[in-house]
Design a protein around this ligand. Structure first.
Ligand code: FHN
Length: 443
């Protein structure tokens, strides 16, 4: 009898576990492939936080009380915003998807939501920005991902007592995660119901409830109940990909992994201690200066070359590149960003074939650059002057090459394959300042 009871208990637990195991739908698997093919996206950090011109963390960093900070809503009137121009700008830069802030940590909702009055319809602008962007993205055939903050600096029901940030907001009420979870689910339901097909949801803020990145124990102080949140998203739009910027290995139910300001294996940001997933698509995001949200004093702009290198190095590691702009409060994007995006687009016009739909991680990155692969062609990207003059060496590279040529003028190049690796000779090749691309046709 006791044995039978143990058997049924085990069976019951097994059924429960199976019910909780996420099996991505065929649409979701297809979306992951598409995502890996797309390689390049535009991140947009924008909202009333753009008004002070001091980045999207201004409320927290300046310890502005929520009741005072909320006044920014009354001045958010981006009359120059033009969704058509933003989407065209992204497409012309060679980007295949856009990730839009719908609600950042300050809690302002950029859409017509029933669940919070702190939203765009209560600003003087009174137009649903998520709708305007979603319609335009669908019209122009570019995917839209939605950024959604798990963390909220203003709401009492967010478990602020255990949170690391937002303590200057003047909250006196008690956190109530059950209520907050319901609020998030309601909002996510709106976002996944009223705006057509969504590429995915980009969560951020989990780290507010953990020890800092790099700490041995990074367990969360609250149970976020991701099974409920992720289950809801996958039920509403099974193809929508879920990513969570928790700076850790992916959790169950996630469809892609993201890094922030680092390629996998680097940790310049101090946020990237995690290993890159070998199962899920991976993305990294980066700013064009040093700020996500509009920052009027930050003019440390990255060059076109630096950003193209980021994209190419990402592709060589099988990592998508999500490049950020922080539009101005009037709805315009500053010319330093638009000029750079235009120049990246020109580079992409000539070279996107070596990026889109390629796969990386086929051959390890070298000092001189990386290799991307599509079908029977290997694209060797020389990003740095090789250590040896007149050739590059690919250690251990033994796949049989039929022909090698310089992509720019199709000129054939000599090569030699030995036990130690492959030599490609650069006789008469003038190295390109950004990327010298060699095509290897494989046997
Ligand atoms: O706190 C945010 C930050 O404002 C920005 O949105 C970045 C983008 O990856 N994520 C958080 C920091 O990890």
């Amino acid at each position: 009898m006791k044995r039978l009871a143990t058997f049924f208990t085990a069976l019951f637990l097994c059924v429960i576990t199976m019910a909780q195991t996420y099996v991505p739908t065929p649409e979701n698997i297809k979306a992951r492939q598409q995502f890996r093919d797309n390689k390049f996206g535009l991140f947009i950090h924008w909202g009333p936080f753009s008004i002070p011109g001091d980045g999207e963390w201004v409320m927290n960093n300046k310890n502005i009380r929520y009741k005072d900070y909320k006044r920014l809503m009354d001045f958010f009137n981006p009359v120059e915003f033009n969704a058509e121009q933003w989407v065209s700008m992204a497409k012309n830069a060679g980007m295949k998807y856009i990730t839009l802030i719908t609600r950042h940590h300050d809690g302002f909702s950029m859409w017509d939501t029933k669940y919070s009055d702190y939203n765009i319809m209560h600003s003087p602008y009174k137009k649903d920005i998520v709708k305007l962007m979603a319609d335009e993205c669908h019209k122009q055939g570019i995917q839209l991902f939605l950024y959604y903050s798990l963390l909220d600096w203003g709401r009492d029901d967010y478990p602020h007592e255990t949170g690391k940030t937002g303590h200057g907001s003047g909250r006196t009420g008690k956190g109530d995660y059950a209520a907050y979870l319901q609020f998030m689910k309601n909002q996510l339901t709106e976002l996944l119901t009223n705006y057509g097909t969504i590429g995915g949801i980009w969560f951020d803020g989990h780290w507010d409830q953990t020890q800092p990145e790099g700490a041995a124990d990074r367990t969360s102080r609250i149970n976020w109940k991701y099974d409920e949140i992720y289950g809801l998203i996958h039920k509403l739009q099974p193809q929508a990909m879920i990513g969570n910027n928790h700076h850790m290995a992916p959790f169950a139910g996630e469809d892609f992994q993201m890094f922030e300001k680092d390629l996998p294996g680097e940790n310049k940001s101090g946020l990237s201690f995690q290993e890159a997933s070998l199962q899920l698509p991976v993305e990294t995001c980066e700013t064009m200066n040093n700020s996500w949200g509009f920052n009027i004093t930050d003019d440390s702009y990255k060059s076109v070359k630096q950003l193209v290198h980021y994209l190419v190095k990402g592709a060589g590691r099988d990592v998508n590149f999500l490049l950020n702009v922080g539009p101005m409060p009037n709805g315009k994007i500053q010319s330093e960003f638009t000029d750079t995006l235009k120049a990246i687009g020109q580079w992409m016009q000539l070279n996107s074939e070596t990026i889109y739909s390629t796969r990386g991680n086929i051959y390890p990155p070298q000092d001189w650059g990386v290799v991307t692969v599509k079908n029977n062609t290997y694209y060797v990207h020389i990003l740095q002057k090789p250590a040896q003059q007149g050739y590059i060496f690919l250690p251990e590279f033994k796949d049989k090459i039929k022909a090698a040529s310089l992509r720019a003028d199709k000129k054939n190049l000599k090569f030699k394959q030995t036990q130690e690796g492959t030599f490609i000779y650069l006789d008469g090749v003038k190295l390109d300042d950004i990327d010298t691309i060699i095509e290897l046709n494989m046997q």
